[in-house]
Design a protein around this ligand. Structure first.
Ligand code: ASP
Length: 413
């Protein structure tokens, strides 16, 4: 009898992550070696890592379009989408606000910026766009040309268009049957593509991790260790306390089972630092591992992926305190309220790709009147922070999806 030992994809991804860290740390002292730089950093690691992220992003637009149209069209009773929509929005906004409050309280306990010598840290000035008027943020969500929105990959516009299209199909009933079949097939094909691309996840993860560790090594972490630890601790609290209490209280779901089922997606989030790259995996996990219906998951996951960024909000809260402390500026109660509001909005506007959250931090700093140069301080180690916050970003979407599915009386595995 042939003995075949099957290693699960999660294990393979995890092993790739560990090997990536080891290889990166070994190569770090040699990172300026022309051969290491040319052949490993800029070729092998870049090709494997970025190739994987590109491949996975390739399926994002078709998948979101097809799955959201199917989701909205599948909900016969349009008011049901309205109810699910309202519940989802309330969940996303309130958990993000909780995340910022936690960050501000935690930041004041940890005091990440006290005792850090600013002159030891090289600063780079980053130019950040001024805050957009709120009305423009709302208007920008309505696509004037849906094809352009699809071509540009503007997620909020695609979400709005897909939902309206799905509702129209649902209202047309029988007459739209052919179109429904087409989108259903598109959805299945997109999920198949995800499956094929995920076979390459271990290679992609290795490339991304090895590149990060070869470039940054340990040294970059030293001066900002406290800030980094502060963000990570609060992210853990948000993920383990806030989310799990919500999951137990409102979803009646076992947290250990949750993490077991959701681990593959969390690992993709951690290594890619991109919610968008995680979208296909999140959708697949929710539908297959948890048994959440397409009608709910194809609405909550892409929406959460775009607007629900609790991890990013935590980083922005702690970073604001860190920057205020490092420049010796005392924050008032009014400042704290401004931070809660702007960090919530900034995280909504953050695209699910690596490193955008730290640029959006500029929106918070300008609003509070803190020096923008502060962004340069946290940027050096942002890739590490990004891995953790992105994991929380996608976990929040999954918890919301489960809670909503339970509240709609779905049978969850
Ligand atoms: N990388 C984060 C994400 O994709 C966004 C951020 O930079 O905070 O979720």
């Amino acid at each position: 009898m042939e003995r075949e030992r099957k290693i699960s994809l999660t294990t393979k991804i995890f092993i790739a992550l560990i090997i990536g860290v080891i290889v990166g740390l070994v190569l770090h002292p040699l990172k300026n070696n022309p051969y290491v730089e040319k052949y490993l950093l800029n070729f092998v690691f870049t090709f494997l890592g970025n190739g994987f992220v590109r491949a996975i992003r390739m399926v994002v637009v078709p998948l979101v379009l097809c799955s959201l149209v199917m989701g909205a069209a599948g909900i016969e009773d349009v008011t049901k989408l309205g109810r699910i929509g309202a519940k989802t929005l309330i969940f996303y906004l309130s958990t993000t606000a909780i995340a910022v409050v936690l960050a501000l309280v935690g930041g004041n306990i940890i005091n990440p910026g006290k005792g850090v010598n600013i002159s030891d840290i090289a600063t780079t000035v980053v130019s950040v766009d001024k805050t957009k008027p709120f009305v423009d943020i709302l208007l920008d969500m309505i696509p004037i040309n849906p094809i352009e929105a699809l071509a540009k990959g503007d997620m909020l516009q695609i979400i709005v268009f897909s939902i309206i299209l799905g509702i129209a199909m649902s209202l047309l009933g029988e007459k739209a049957n052919e179109a429904k079949k087409l989108f259903e097939a598109g959805n299945n094909i997109s999920l198949k593509l995800v499956e094929i691309i995920m076979l390459f996840a271990p290679l992609g993860v290795f490339g991304l991790i090895a590149k990060t560790f070869t470039t940054l090594g340990y040294i970059a972490l030293v001066p900002l260790f406290k800030y980094f630890m502060g963000v990570v601790v609060i992210l853990f609290i948000h993920c383990l306390v806030t989310y799990q209490s919500i999951l137990v209280l409102f979803g009646k779901y076992n947290p250990i089972k949750f993490f077991k089922n959701f681990a593959p997606t969390m690992l993709v989030a951690f290594s890619t630092a991109s919610s968008s790259a995680c979208l296909p995996s999140s959708l697949k996990t929710m539908q297959e591992n948890f048994g959440v219906s397409k009608a709910i998951s194809s609405f909550t996951i892409p929406l959460g992926n775009t607007i629900n960024m609790d991890g990013t909000a935590v980083m922005q809260g702690v970073a604001t305190i860190f920057i205020a402390q490092i420049y010796g500026i005392d924050l008032t109660m009014g400042n704290y309220i401004t931070i809660i509001l702007t960090a919530t909005l900034a995280s909504i506007g953050t695209a699910g790709v690596p490193g955008v959250g730290v640029i959006m931090l500029g929106m918070v700093l300008v609003q509070v009147g803190l020096p923008l140069e502060g962004i340069g301080l946290v940027m050096g180690i942002d890739r590490f922070v990004d891995m953790f916050r992105t994991t929380v970003n996608v976990t929040g979407d999954a918890v919301c999806t489960l809670v909503i599915a339970k509240s709609e009386k779905e049978n969850i595995k």
